[in-house]
Design a protein around this ligand. Sequence first.
Ligand code: NCD
Length: 481
Amino acid sequence: MTRHTKKPATRHVVSINDLTNREIETIFEVAQSYLKDLADKSYPYRIARSTNVAAKHLLATVFYEPSTRTRLSFESAMLRLGGQTITSADPNTSSAAKGESLADSARVISNYADIIVIRHPRDGAARLAAEYSNVPVVNGGDGSHEHPTQTLCDLFTLKQKNKSLKGLNVTIAGDLKNSRTVHSFVYALARFGAHIAPMPAPGMELPPHVDRRLREEFRCTFDADGPIGAFYRTPEEPHQPALFSPPDFEIYRANKEQREKIAAVYVTRFQKERAGEQDQPYLKVDAEFLKEPKFSRASVLHPLPRVGELSASFDSDVRAMYFQQAAYGVPIRMALISLMLGLWKGKGLELFESGFEESRMPAYDQPRSEGIQCANSKCIVHDDAEAQYVRNKFHLVKAGTPTRYILRCAYCETDIDQFVIASKKNRWFTPELAAVFKPDGLNFRDLVAFSGESEAQKRGYHMRRHASASGQHGVKVGTHD
Ligand code: NCD
């Protein structure tokens, strides 16, 4: 690979799905090159070496929530690349305390730095920051939405031990509902063909929209009686070809032993800042928990911090990988930063410079005051400080069999599958989406969605009188009422 200095198109990494599998593999390749040679064999961890490829570049870390690993490993990564860092680590000492919007802050900071890492308590906040930033934005964790760079560390750790991720059984234990690391991780596992064994603490299952996406978009089948418990089994063939590498059938010849062994147990803490008080017993992972034969060779991962759910007495076990996983945070983030800054030119990076962002613009885009709003009360669209900057924006996603349309919030990616669609100009609404695609030269900007018929009627719309001719082959959306 050779270095170059061409200014790349602005590419943001807000969701793990903003990266293709090829790009993730390239990040791993570059991260590998940033690992220090193991001169001292007695030192148990693999850590990053230093270079100066990012000299003259500046990274800003803007954190509205506590952090140890993410912020410090990003800053360490930038410094180890020879770059510099500026930081706003405490919202009480930044203009956020005066009521400044995230949108304004992002716009301002993007003139101070070449790349921004942001952490925020609201779901979807990183996407909003990206919209207002002139430089690449990396999501360092937004509410319970996603934490894509943690997933890069998690996958890289798994990849160091296993030739391929395809066919691996990965148990994910704890608070699957509120853990953003889990949400990014399950999408990535599904995309790389690993099987996911959810082990939620009581009442902390994956959110319905994440579960639905695994099944309908990543084509996982849910097998409640698998040989080693419930599993999302990932398909042999990828569903969204653009996101995936060619399937690696050579390596994937899962023999019986592999099928029945757990390759990794991913433990998460109870997310008390998002989940409230813990009123049910939470999980406790220790040597006793892991003594079953199926765990005999399982790597134990944890994004950390741990607060009691993973025993310190397990640290000396050969299966304990979590401190190495945290150490990989530096070379992984060195790789990501240097690639996003366009400091490498090489295979697999075409999308870092293409119109990938533009191709993923939401189809539905209306003012915040009009029509349906994101159903997730923790989404950044509901933050009054951002009221002037957010819009009701949704991707229109075709899902399921029979096919139906759903609206996916462009910020937090929560889905709405119950809505009617209306024409502002013609003052009618319809639950039949196909009707609005075809006739009458309708302009997409003219369309507004409501949660149901009564909501549309309350706003002065009437049901479209003659159903479209596409009645039989039209794609319906659901309605509440
Ligand atoms: C995670 C986070 O902030 O989501 N921490 C991290 O970045 N490694 C996990 C957590 O806080 O539980």
